[in-house]
Write a protein that binds this ligand. Structure first.
Ligand SMILES: *Cc1c(COP(=O)(O)O)cnc(C)c1O
Length: 404
């Protein structure tokens, strides 16, 4: 690999670009994770995590990729053979369902077309049928990173309530947390799954469970085997800022800094910024005359856009050209979307000009790869970004979306 000047554009939908402040914070001597300095930093982190997760309940940090937090959510709350309801929104939902099946749960998988989110009416109908309340958990991926579709968590909560069903509600927010408004307390989510390498702007290696009171009660009766993932020892050690085993100390330095940055900017501003960049990216795609994979404008993702290439045009070829020529990585098509879509990540540490650079790279790549398209996508994004700022109107629009 030879030297390439300038910063690589890491525009995959996670891992995202790690800001300098976070890199600097990580680049420090590792300290005693049982000593007083660690304990104090760790208590601050655990408090700030609650603010960023918009919850008053505990948030647990595991040294693991997001997949670990999926497992922790299931094994802490459920027992062998428990029926759980899951929805095929895309590749990540499929992986979570496979994991649930491997763990010995009866994981029902409601089929989907990978272009829509979870339909609240379908949730209500399925739960209403379950009169004996056999289903123990409803598991939803908030932002399906393989498709760029965001499910409406508040509406799904109302669907569960309308069916008067007691199932736990678990939500994977790995690619939405700290980017798209998510309110577990308001929306009655019992367990949240999150990861470090997307909206939290950190390298991969940390994952999270927010644990609501109903989940904590379920954990007392849950019989799936667990040791490393056990919430109980973690929660009791965390009370004084410590961990039952060696935490990822240097990633926690980074997390400490990243949380401060998010709170300095303000969560409402962070959400509005992502909403605005999502809209600009979609205007660019329409400007090119290409199709956005997400079929319902109510469910557009603000953190990534999956773009379909016309039949006969390999989306991975476009990605290769862009990497070679412009040193930018875009997300590949996952699972059954392989070669059919490329994904533009616009989450994490990002601003208008970084987005425009990204979109310019895509527009040039489409041209070089010979994908039929119109000129003017970047122009459309520029017009939109030029005419809007992080204004109250944008904030209100973001609010309307997230309240859905
Ligand atoms: C990235 C991602 C995952 C997987 O997380 P890992 O850190 O790779 O284990 C799961 N779900 C969603 C929605 C994701 O975006």
């Amino acid at each position: 690999m030879s030297f390439r000047s300038g910063r690589h554009f890491l525009q995959i939908p996670g891992p995202t670009n790690v800001p300098d402040r976070v890199l600097r914070a990580i680049d420090r001597a590792t300290i005693d994770h049982r000593g007083p300095d660690f304990g104090q930093m760790s208590l601050e982190i655990l408090e700030n995590l609650k603010r960023v997760f918009q919850t008053k309940h505990p948030v647990i940090v595991f040294p693991a990729s997001g997949t670990g937090a999926w497992e922790a959510a299931l094994v802490n709350t459920l027992s062998p053979g428990d029926p759980v309801l899951m929805f095929e929104t895309g590749h990540f939902a499929t992986l979570w369902q496979k994991m649930a099946a491997k763990l010995g749960l009866a994981a029902e998988f409601v089929p989907g077309d990978w272009r829509h989110g979870v339909d609240p009416a379908q949730v209500e109908a399925r739960l209403a049928e379950d009169r004996e309340h056999r289903i123990k958990a409803v598991c939803v991926v908030h932002n399906e990173t393989s498709t760029g579709v965001t499910s409406r968590i508040g509406a799904i909560r109302r669907a569960i309530d309308n069916a008067r069903h007691p199932a736990l509600f678990m939500v994977d927010t790995i690619s939405s947390l700290a980017s798209i408004d998510y309110r577990p307390d308001d929306w009655g989510v019992d367990v949240t799954v999150a990861g470090s390498q997307k909206g939290l702007m950190l390298p991969p290696g940390l994952s999270f469970n927010h644990v609501g009171p109903k989940a904590l009660a379920a954990a007392k009766l849950a019989r799936l085997p667990k040791s490393y993932w056990g919430w109980d020892e973690m929660l009791s050690a965390n009370k004084s800022g410590f961990y039952p085993y060696t935490p990822a100390t240097n990633l926690l330095y980074g997390l400490h800094e990243a949380l401060k940055m998010l709170l300095e900017e303000g969560l409402a501003e962070v959400f509005a910024r992502h909403a605005r960049h999502g809209e600009a990216a979609r205007r660019a795609v329409r400007g090119w005359g290409l199709e956005i994979l997400c079929a319902d404008p109510e469910e557009y993702s603000n953190t990534l856009t999956a773009v379909m290439t016309p039949a006969g045009h390999d989306a991975d070829r476009v990605r290769e050209v862009i990497l070679e020529r412009f040193d930018m990585s875009l997300g590949t098509g996952l699972g059954k979307l392989a070669k059919k879509v490329f994904r533009i990540g616009h989450m994490g540490d990002f601003n208008d000009l970084a987005l425009l650079g990204t979109l310019a790279g895509v527009e040039m790549g489409l041209e070089i790869a010979g994908v039929p398209h119109r000129q003017g996508g970047v122009r459309a994004a520029m017009d939109y970004l030029g005419q809007t700022s992080g204004t109250a109107a944008t904030l209100a629009a973001a609010g309307r979306r997230s309240a859905a």
